[in-house]
Ligand binder design. Sequence first.
Ligand SMILES: Nc1nc2c(ncn2[C@@H]2O[C@H](COP(=O)(O)O[C@H]3[C@@H](O)[C@H](n4cnc5c(=O)[nH]c(N)nc54)O[C@@H]3COP(=O)(O)O)[C@@H](O)[C@H]2O)c(=O)[nH]1
Length: 502
Amino acid sequence: MLGLEYIHTITLNGTFEELIYILDPIVLAVIISPALYLLVFRPLNQQAVLERQLAEAHSLEADSEIEHLAFFDQLTGLPNRRLLVDRLQHALASSARTGREGALLFLDLDNFKDINDTLGHDIGDLLLQQTAQRLEGCVRKSDTVARLGGDEFMVILEGLRKQPIEAAAIRAKAVGEKILATLSQPYQLGKHEYHSTLSVGVTLFSDLGKSTNELIKRADIAMYQAKKAGRNALIFFNPEMQDVINARASLQGELGKALEKRQFHLYYQIQVDSSHHPLGAEVLIRWIHPERGLVPPDQFIPLAEDTGLILPIGQWVLETACAQLKAWEKDPLTRDFVLAVNVSARQFGQVDFAAQIQATAHRHAVNPRRLKLELTESMSAKNIEGIITIMNTLKAIGIGFSLDDFGTGYSSLQHLKKLPLDQLKIDQSFVRDLAVDSSDNAIVRTIIVMANSLDLDVIAEGVETEEQQQLLMGMGCSRYQGYLFGKPVPIKEFEASLGSFD
Ligand SMILES: Nc1nc2c(ncn2[C@@H]2O[C@H](COP(=O)(O)O[C@H]3[C@@H](O)[C@H](n4cnc5c(=O)[nH]c(N)nc54)O[C@@H]3COP(=O)(O)O)[C@@H](O)[C@H]2O)c(=O)[nH]1
């Protein structure tokens, strides 16, 4: 099939080559217009027309696909960070023009990592997709829901009330609470029913005074505060929060350098039996900062866990503890000492954790039986099978396990029964008022009976008085740690104190 394709227009005073060109056999028609122009056509094959149209369509499609990739999240189909920033810029400009407030909500699913770890990434993806759908159902068409990546989403609410600002805050809070309620309804993810919650940070905007980055940072800070407040919560940004965050950021920066600057030290707190005979010690880390002084572990361990710095720090603790065990081998007084080392969930979550511990003990040529790892109850709530596997690998070479802070966290007796533990450590909060609080007394008694029937050792921590020790001994506890026997102290002081024991 033939058609005509327009090629060229030339004037009659065109060059010789142009005239040859118009006499080319493919020239089908030459029309002389009243203005003396030549319009040149050539025959066209229908197939070529189709191919050209297809090519044009494909190129349009490819363009729109590229555009989609650039501005939308592939998993959920929501706008991505780039488009969100663009829309936020427009929202700021529109708010400045109309005087109407807007709100930016930063949303982060609580414990999202757990679903990936326990049910796998495909199920995690399903949760993100369903979350995205639910979020879109919570806001107006004119609002924006975007996914920043991972389990982080943002919502821009526009055109909130002009005056007073509280009215805008109330509206933003209402939408945020609707989101919290909607997203905490159960999810059906394949064959799993799943319950999820989220933390929401909110910041309001009303003019062009703040950059988009600044607004996102504020909403992020507020979201972080919601997490700290116990999760499944909504919190508005306020300037005091900024101070807290700035302090945390500066501590984090310094924490990152503390290891290479040799600012960490290990303190040793003695553990004894009923006749005050030393059995070993718990090693407790101390950060001695040149300006800040002694930074307590409660202040920096959570930060180290959040940032992953706990991995190199934890390895340093292990290396130092093993080196100390080796040094103690020479002295009959200390050669049988067992050192208890705290291990955080993040360390235990490493695939090669068992191999790392084994390698460290091997490198220092210490008997692994002299090493005891202290875990916390909350660790066993997640991925219990994985934890049991690691524990069994390490138990096989002689490493012991103690369950720290027992009774304060998520105590599942099912888990307790499964974990290959050697010892339960009674938390000091129960020991403190043992003599005066009948509930604490009953709890401690029950823990000891339970440990005995599970064939586990029991050690009480935070023992400060003779009376507490006598009560504990009467209940069947035979190991103790606390200020009554010695505070955590540097190694020299610890070794010097050993003379006062049997
Ligand atoms: N992952 C790691 N965590 C660590 C490490 N070193 C410490 N920690 C954890 O930090 C928390 C606080 O530790 P700390 O300030 O050292 O407090 C310990 C003792 O000093 C304190 N203690 C001991 N006896 C008494 C007492 O008689 N009275 C009293 N008021 N306090 C006492 O208790 C803390 C005991 O810690 P634990 O046995 O681990 O519960 C703490 O949670 C540490 O685990 C580290 O290297 N890695």
